[in-house]
Design a protein around this ligand. Sequence first.
Ligand code: IPD
Ligand code: CA
Ligand code: CA
Length: 264
Amino acid sequence: MAGKWEEIDHYARQWIEEAGRRIRASFTEQLTVETKESRNDLVTNVDRGIEQFLAEQIRRQFPGHHLLGEEGFGDELAVLDGIVWVIDPIDGTMNFVHQQRHFAVSIGIFEDGIGQLGYVYDVVFGELYSAQKGRGLFFNGKPLDRLQPVAVAESVIAVNATWLMENRRLDHRPLVRLAKAARGTRSYGSAALELAYVAAGRLDAYISPRLSPWDFAGGMILIQEAGGIVTNLDGKPLDLLSRNSVLAAKPGVHEEILQRYLQH
Ligand code: IPD
Ligand code: CA
Ligand code: CA
């Protein structure tokens, strides 16, 4: 008989694929776009529909599991006891609305706060990044190499342009120095995809001053399984019950960024 995590993995994949089919089908339908906390914080009927679909499947199949989700179909959790699914039905909603590409379904599944299964699914490209604790990282079912150390000077670093100019969340000057020292910078507009790219070695680091648990839960598990490092900008572990700053990177460059650019 398959183990507990194999069973959960089986269903998670099935539901992610179905979510992908539904999202692709929505491209030909009328989209309802609303704003949330700010005029640039978008949500659509599809974000809500997909989270509702995933929540219903999880509750029916695994009634003892808990759920943290962006769009309100999850639980209010004060602790991370037991099995917790952390879900972003569409990460990169602005890209979804404006570009119909460069967004992902992201799921991280934790037991007592330890990441066990991670998925980031690029719905349009049909690219599934997945990981199970202790088994490494997979791209569309194929194992990927473990990440090797790299220096800032040879790194491509993902950072949103917002954080390279004066802003209310952090001192932009160290990040400007970092951007100048790096080989190049990129910004894709989906934290989940940017984390998956770090896990797959396409990016060397990703930096954000403020992400919610559903933005980073899936990608964090991918990176840890690939041999990368995920912390906040102080080098501390991420807290799944609140917003966090995030520094996700290959070994070597993670330490270099922390020590030479972020520590005061
Ligand atoms: C957003 C994306 C974006 C990040 C934002 C997130 P959403 O998620 O991950 O890249 O910079 O902070 O809120 O709203 O598209 O799910
Ligand atoms: Ca998100
Ligand atoms: Ca979202």
